[in-house]
Ligand binder design. Sequence first.
Ligand code: HEM
Ligand code: HEM
Length: 234
Amino acid sequence: MTDTVRDQQSSCVSIYVYEVPVRIWHWTNALAITVLAVTGYFIGSPPPSMGTGEAYDQFIFGYIRFTHFAAGYILAVAWIGRIYWAFVGNHHARELFYLPVWDRRWWQDLFTVVRWYLFLERQPKAFVGHNPLARLAMFFFFTLGVTFMIFTGFALYSEGAGQGSWQDALFGWVIPLFGQSQDVHTLHHLGMWWIIIFVIIHVYVAIREDIMSRTTIVSTMISGERTFKDGNPD
Ligand code: HEM
Ligand code: HEM
């Protein structure tokens, strides 16, 4: 369903794009990933385990690991919910999961956006959903990246949960697939930087496009509505 609202006073046109579950998922996911990156970094580069005081008072690393695993569960459950919404939500909810590589128009728009980001276009093109370059980046860096992090994260978790646990039954096979435990640690660690690269560029571009483009961007992920400042959604 697409709701288009034309403001009578100004020439603005708004189209409802991101439904409530997509928006709640986006911000929950952003928070979970921030927590996972901070705690994951400390798991890979641990602080000294002893602060001042008695040894039995120290549980810092325990808190770091617990927070990582709790955020990991939130990330995974939210991702399952997001996949479900791709089936039942509007067509924009599906954009994250595939690339329309057979569509000539999509490729043309992709190159137009690349030229715009390189300051080679004077007028930005407006898009109702994600622009094609954003979609490409989201698919490779995020959709594949987060799925990889969930599989490798639960595989590492299964080592602690032990044989016979559901984590071992569902994800234990990932460890021999990549070699042994240390290989999975290294890949899981590299996956963090893969996602961090995406997040840095994503936040920069979202704010930049909010200012420079013909549409709202950041507020669209809050209200769900894309407003076309010049009233022209094409
Ligand atoms: C860890 C941090 C973040 C991650 C992993 C992330 C990831 C994503 C993903 C995967 C999407 C696609 C949503 C979908 O199609 O369902 C998206 C969209 C979006 N994100 Fe983020 N995001 C993060 C933080 C932020 C922040 C801090 C902002 C605000 C400055 C932001 C603004 C947006 C906007 C505006 C969109 C929609 C873009 C459009 O309309 O085409 N994100 N984000
Ligand atoms: C974007 C999401 C995630 C990020 C950025 C992240 C980051 C990290 C990093 C950097 C490490 C240290 C790896 C090393 O150097 O050895 C780590 C370890 C680990 N992560 Fe994650 N992780 C994520 C998702 C998950 C998920 C979904 C789970 C599942 C519960 C998980 C469970 C673990 C486990 C069990 C370890 C190993 C702890 C140990 O050394 O005993 N992670 N994570």
